[in-house]
Design a protein around this ligand. Structure first.
Ligand code: SAM
Length: 290
């Protein structure tokens, strides 16, 4: 095995030799613990069959481990000052392609088509924390051919992804993740495993994309619209949230009738509803509108 990029001394050396300065606005906290990197690759179940999309390779610490375990790695990095560094640190790995792009503007479907014949890829990343939710939502909502997503995120965000009704962290992200995936919290990672150290604890979570959605609804767009409304104003009742923000062309009386016809108290809050309840509500509203 070649020398690890991820040791504290090697990372420091690479940074100093290249006069690299960390950019806070890109969420740059590099991993400097080789065991954590091995664990991430293991949790993602990377084998020589796999094509992996890595988001934000930094100086290549995780990329190196992925390249050793996968058939092919495509790593998308927004910071152009890291590209020459990556070319140097990953010399010798001919199964890695580096793209200098913003992941939110990257044609991921084209990568899947070109690199994996359209078959599902695995996504692995130590995510930039400032855009965790947009990245996850983009990967899930666009229904890309993805087998699983194994990511380092803030511990609190991992908790949100797994939260259920009435829990403090329960929200639109919980529903979206649980609608498309089975989520498994792999490990908690302390700030001391990063350079520079983030202020909060992190967690690695694996989202295994389900072959079918967790629940079936008559209108998926309406389902997510209702979820966003219900959690948009958490202190409001479901009825008031839908009435004020729903844009559903239904009167308050009609919405009340729908809610009570489902056997719910008209003062119920969105945060009390399970994913199945949102599906039932969607169908009831859909039927009323059609
Ligand atoms: N993978 C490296 C590691 O574990 O040491 C670096 C992880 S660091 C938390 C996040 C990386 O994502 C940084 O390299 C940052 O420049 C990059 N990044 C930030 N925003 C990005 C975006 N929109 N698209 C692609 N990469 C991005």
């Amino acid at each position: 095995m070649t020398e690890r990029i991820s040791t504290p001394s090697k990372t420091k050396q690479i940074i100093e030799e290249n006069h690299f300065t960390f950019k806070k606005n890109f969420g740059q906290n590099f991993l400097i613990d080789s065991n954590i990197l091995d664990n991430i690759s293991e949790c993602a179940d990377i084998t020589k069959e796999d094509c992996v999309l890595e988001i934000g390779p930094g100086i290549g610490s995780l990329t190196q481990v992925l390249a050793e375990n996968a058939r092919e790695v495509v790593a998308v990095e927004i910071d152009r000052t890291l590209i020459p560094i990556l070319k140097q640190t990953l010399t010798g790995y001919d199964n890695v392609e580096i793209l200098n792009q913003d992941i939110l503007k990257t044609d991921i479907d084209a990568i899947i088509a070109e690199k994996n014949n359209g078959k599902p890829i695995k996504v692995v990343a130590n995510l930039p924390y400032y855009i965790t939710t947009p990245i996850i939502m983009d990967l899930l909502e666009k229904k890309r051919h993805i087998d699983s997503i194994t990511v380092m995120v803030q511990k609190e965000v991992a908790e949100r992804m797994q939260a259920g009704p009435k829990e403090k962290e329960y929200g639109a992200l919980s529903i979206a993740v649980q609608y498309y995936c089975d989520a498994n919290l792999d490990m908690i990672v302390q700030p001391s495993c990063f350079m520079p150290r983030p202020k909060v604890a992190s967690a690695v979570i694996t989202l295994k994309v389900l072959p079918q959605r967790k629940v079936i609804t008559k209108d998926e767009n309406l389902f997510f619209h209702l979820v966003k409304c219900a959690f948009g104003q958490r202190r409001k009742t479901l009825l008031n949230s839908l009435n004020n923000q729903g844009d559903l062309n239904l009167s308050k009386e009609e919405l009340t009738a729908i809610i009570t016809s489902l056997g719910w108290d008209e003062r119920i809050r969105g945060e009390a509803l399970r994913i199945q309840d949102f599906a039932i509500l969607t169908d009831a509203i859909f039927d009323k509108l059609h």
